[in-house]
Write a protein that binds this ligand. Structure first.
Ligand code: AKB
Length: 317
């Protein structure tokens, strides 16, 4: 097997952390260089090389790519939807300039493959609410969504102009128990499990009937690795693939949790995130991903609830 040198940028985040572990298991410890803005002591990265790096620092990123002879980059550093609305300028800077730095240096230093995550946030109120298709209207209303949609076009531009093999997925809300998400609108679907597990009531920041597309982390990691491994010829979408697994409302999730924790209680106090959620589709059609590279999710809502309730750890006070 060819020797890969894989740089994971944003390795301390919810997805970055689990992708780092999955890539280590697949390619071996020596193949992975994890990086993030955190000091090593706070990074919780084990067994692979860690570099403290801000993706906005192009000169240092260049040095790492050259010195480590990087062949693949996974760029996972991003400011998500809710945080982005609090500081739109910063969200744009990180999400856009970070991507442009990676695309530009990847061409200059012949990086063979790049992965960059997009999101269901590229859709907006004009997009179909149900079964929203690959080529549906994309008129996003958040700065996060605008940056993701622009980023998708940049990815395709670099593929077409420079032949850079950059691949992307439009993730739904991701649910996991190893690393917490931060700053997203779908974060309630993780937070809720910590309250349920602690035997406490959860106050949800979305309305009870707000359906959103969601996915368990193992499915998201598998989709990412499958996409990155598929033959170049199979990839017909060079912006970003729709990707789906389950779709539920907070009230439906609470009902599923009650099958495991019958006394679980939930109440609703919608905040500014409600408007963001209202602009997104309730469900996604991912037929193109299924046809092009055989995508198929494995975790349904009840399976997600069971795994989360088994594995979420709450601090005893
Ligand atoms: C968010 O809620 O901002 C993210 C996303 C759907 O991209 N989880």
């Amino acid at each position: 097997m060819k020797e890969e040198r894989i740089l994971v940028i944003g390795a301390c985040g919810q997805l970055g952390h689990e992708l780092t572990v999955a890539l280590k298991n697949k390619y071996g410890e020596k193949a992975i260089i994890a990086c993030d803005r955190l000091e090593y002591a706070k990074a919780n990265i084990k067994d692979v090389k860690y570099v403290k790096l801000d993706v906005m620092d192009k000169a240092y990123l260049q040095l790492v790519i050259v010195e480590e002879r990087i062949t693949q980059i996974y760029l996972l550093a991003a400011v998500l939807s809710a945080s982005g609305e609090k500081d739109p300028g910063m969200a744009w800077q990180v999400n856009m300039n970070g991507l442009l730095n990676v695309l530009d240096l990847s061409v200059s230093y012949q990086v063979e493959k790049v992965f960059w995550p997009s999101s269901i946030a590229v859709f907006g109120p004009e997009s179909p609410k149900e079964d929203c298709g690959q080529n549906a209207f994309t008129i996003p209303t958040t700065v996060y969504g605008i940056s993701k949609l622009s980023g998708e076009y940049w990815c395709r531009y670099y593929f077409e102009k420079f032949g850079l093999d950059v691949r992307s997925l439009r993730y739904p809300g991701l649910i996991s128990y190893k690393t917490l998400p931060g700053g997203g609108t779908t974060d309630y679907a993780v937070d809720i499990f910590y309250k349920a597990k602690a035997g406490e009531k959860y106050t949800c920041f979305l309305k009870s009937d707000t359906a959103l597309p969601m996915m368990f982390m193992d499915d998201a990691v598998k989709a990412t690795l499958d996409l990155m491994e598929t033959q170049k010829e199979n990839i017909s979408i060079r912006t970003s693939y729709n990707l789906a697994a389950v779709s539920f409302t907070p009230s439906e999730l609470a009902t599923a949790i009650r099958k495991v924790e019958p006394n679980f209680e939930i109440s609703y106090e919608p905040d500014f995130r409600q408007e963001i959620a209202d602009g997104w589709p309730a469900s996604i059609n991912d037929n193109v991903a299924r046809e092009d590279w055989g995508w198929l999710p494995r975790f349904g809502t009840d399976e997600i609830v069971n795994v989360m309730m088994e594995n979420v750890k709450v601090e005893k006070t």
